[in-house]
Ligand binder design. Sequence first.
Ligand SMILES: Nc1ncnc2c1ncn2[C@@H]1O[C@H](COP(=O)(O)OP(=O)(O)OP(=O)(O)O)[C@@H](O)[C@H]1O
Ligand SMILES: [Mg+2]
Length: 288
Amino acid sequence: MAALDQVGYVADEGLATAVFLALSLERPLFLEGQPGVGKTALAAVMSELLGRPLVRLQCYYGIDLKSAVYDWNYARQMVHIRLAEDFARHREASLELERDVYGPEFLVPRPLLTALTTTPAPVLLIDEVDRTDEAFEALLLEFLGEFQITIPEIGTYRAEEIPLVILTSNRTRDIHDALRRRCLYVWVDFPEPARERAILARKYPALGDELLESVVKVVAYLREAPLTKRPGLAESLDWAEALQQLGARRLTPELVESTIGLIVKYYDDLDLLRRSDRLKAVLTREER
Ligand SMILES: Nc1ncnc2c1ncn2[C@@H]1O[C@H](COP(=O)(O)OP(=O)(O)OP(=O)(O)O)[C@@H](O)[C@H]1O
Ligand SMILES: [Mg+2]
């Protein structure tokens, strides 16, 4: 926990223990949770903390082997073929040429292959794994099970040292049990007020205790309100930054109204808040 704190990440005991275990058991860490609670950021701070490179695979629907594992450098292969054409007039030579252009120098490693071949073993972030389809999930399963990749034309690449793998998900779809089984699972919730205050205070110390306290209270209230999109930590950080830029000292209803676009991002949510008196009540309690 203290080590994470040194690199600017305020973790709770559960997350810090899970990170420690992921490292000592060499198991991937599967972080599922609310948006903006620091899932992606954890991979970056772990890379900094361990002094290991960060390899990032951003998942999306339709991601496949070519964009996640490896591809061939077609342009380079073509140039090679052209140059060799003159020498490849007979069959043996052309077979040799074919073997040639599927060699390691024509390979384009993508993040998963890079993670196996980088030393020291990197931190591999497989971000937003819930956006992929099931076929890709199966591919990941194999990768995480063996930490090796076989390229038919070349052979097998095996990790000498197991990378620290961090998978994240926003739970837009359920991830298969088989993948979960291989990982250490952590549900990352919104931070409790004291931790959120600590995070904000580290980044925006100029805000002062009173204002920080109000920010945390308003955000906590908004997270309990029935909004389409509840504000995450990313939103409270943005809001705190804006308030610091504005030189705010206290949170007034007017100030909230003029900056609310940083924490509430949907018209319906704005409408709901404007019509309800509860936000005002929260603020009035603050003012007293
Ligand atoms: N515990 C923390 N300590 C310090 N900063 C944090 C912490 N958690 C989150 N942050 C900061 O909050 C912001 C949002 O975090 P991040 O992008 O990692 O969220 P996320 O969980 O990956 O969100 P999403 O699900 O939307 O991708 C970042 O600027 C990050 O540095
Ligand atoms: Mg993220």
